[in-house]
Design a binder for this molecule. Structure first.
Ligand code: PMP
Length: 400
């Protein structure tokens, strides 16, 4: 069996609780070095960035910009391609709110059936503003994307823009994004990939993916909440008008007229989440540490172990693409309500998520009221899974 104790021991959360944390799709726990980096920032380096001429403020700016370089290195892009945001939601809204000039009435925008509300509603709103129409790539009864139909839809509908998730937060499916992106590029569509769930597990080479925009969220990568990034090709950023205006993103301001900065700086108005960005850099250090070299193997083993145990319980129905999965398992037990099962699990100290997971359209397509979702991370243990399965069997006994 794989030993991930060195990884787990870096998370103070597990030292103060007996609970089993299986809700990593919602947010990951934070390693000590991230907590320390935030405390150190406020203790020793608290200054605003890109402003003061003092050595003190310049050092803080350097720390902040080093974080950008670190993320660029992690994603294999240039630092100038990164716009800091407060999360994946804001990164998608930034694009969807600023691209009106390139979307016309009767244009088509395509998303998939598996999208999080954050990658549905901003496009719906853009369609309402511009008169474009939203089309949805289909899934089968289990929630697996129908690739052939999807490719045919892209070829026939010729969307102006396609926005798809890299991995589903509800079912864990890894989508065939390269096929979808290739088809979209062949018809010159603008492309956005929602990597909120994928980044932690898949660590994609974002330059190689060749999408116009890729969005991510620090809090799902062991970093703080309130930080995320929009990663864009340099040309793609120039498709967007200014999103928010104010300090920092300007070149010159008079009462009559203002000129804006170019590139990523045009999209970073106001004082950013400096502590969050510096904390995120520490999370990237953690992800790059030698202990994490075994992460993928650990996650794969835990996923198979969980799946096998669940499959042995009569009456459990599991949804999604179980062969291409980031380690997120959505299931129901017979006709029992997901909330009842999750509440009983919670009473046994097992923290899972239940409900629609911010994917109401997907849950409706699956024809269920919701699911119970177990989402794994590198620090979960086989003992966590054993305790979860014992608690689930006890819950089932009570419900039957
Ligand atoms: N997309 C997906 C697939 C997600 O899982 C989430 C978070 N649940 C989001 C977008 C929104 O991310 P954030 O919390 O950074 O706004």
């Amino acid at each position: 069996m794989l030993d991930n104790q060195k990884i787990r021991s870096q998370f103070p959360f597990f030292k103060q609780t007996e609970s089993v944390y299986l809700d990593n799709g919602a947010t990951t726990q934070k390693p000590q070095n991230v907590i320390d980096a935030i405390t150190e920032f406020y203790t020793y380096h608290n200054a605003n960035v890109h402003r003061g001429v003092s050595e003190f403020a310049s050092n803080t700016t350097a720390l902040y910009e080093q974080a950008r370089t670190k993320l660029a290195h992690f994603c294999r892009v240039d630092a100038q391609q990164i716009v800091w945001t407060k999360g994946a939601t804001e990164a998608i809204n930034l694009v969807a709110s600023s691209i009106d000039a390139h979307i016309e009435k009767d244009d088509v925008i395509i998303i998939s059936s598996l999208e999080h509300h954050a990658n549905i509603v901003p496009w719906q709103t853009l369609c309402k503003r511009t008169g474009a129409t939203l089309h949805i790539l289909p899934i089968d009864a289990n929630g697996v994307l129908n690739l052939d139909v999807s490719l045919a839809m892209i070829n026939t509908l010729k969307p102006k823009l396609m926005a798809i998730s890299h991995a589903s937060n509800t079912l864990g499916n890894i989508l065939p994004i390269q096929d979808l992106l290739d088809a979209a590029h062949a018809i010159n569509a603008i492309t956005l990939v929602d990597g909120a769930q994928a980044m932690q597990h898949l660590r994609p080479n974002i330059s190689a993916l060749n999408c116009d925009f890729y969005v991510l969220s620090a809090h799902k990568m062991f970093g703080p909440t309130g930080v995320g990034a929009l990663i864009a090709k340099p040309h793609s950023l120039s498709l967007l008008s200014a999103y928010q205006t104010g300090g920092e993103m300007i070149e010159r301001v008079s009462f009559n007229e203002t000129s804006f900065r170019h590139g990523n700086a045009r999209f970073e108005a106001g004082t950013p989440n400096i502590a969050g960005v510096i904390g995120f850099a520490a999370a990237l250090d953690f992800m790059g540490s030698s202990e994490m070299a075994t992460q993928l193997a650990v996650e794969k083993a835990l996923y198979q172990y969980t799946l096998n145990a669940l499959k042995q319980i009569d009456g459990i129905k599991i949804y999604g693409d179980l062969n291409n999965n980031i380690g997120t398992i959505s299931f129901n037990y017979k006709d029992e309500h997901n909330l009842d099962v999750a509440t009983l699990l919670d009473q046994a100290g097992i923290i899972v998520r239940s409900g629609n997971h911010c994917t109401q359209p997907l849950i409706n397509l699956l024809g269920v009221a919701g699911t119970i979702r177990v989402s794994l991370s590198c620090y979960n243990s086989f003992d966590d899974i054993d305790r979860f399965i014992v608690a689930l069997k006890q819950a089932i006994e009570l419900l039957d």
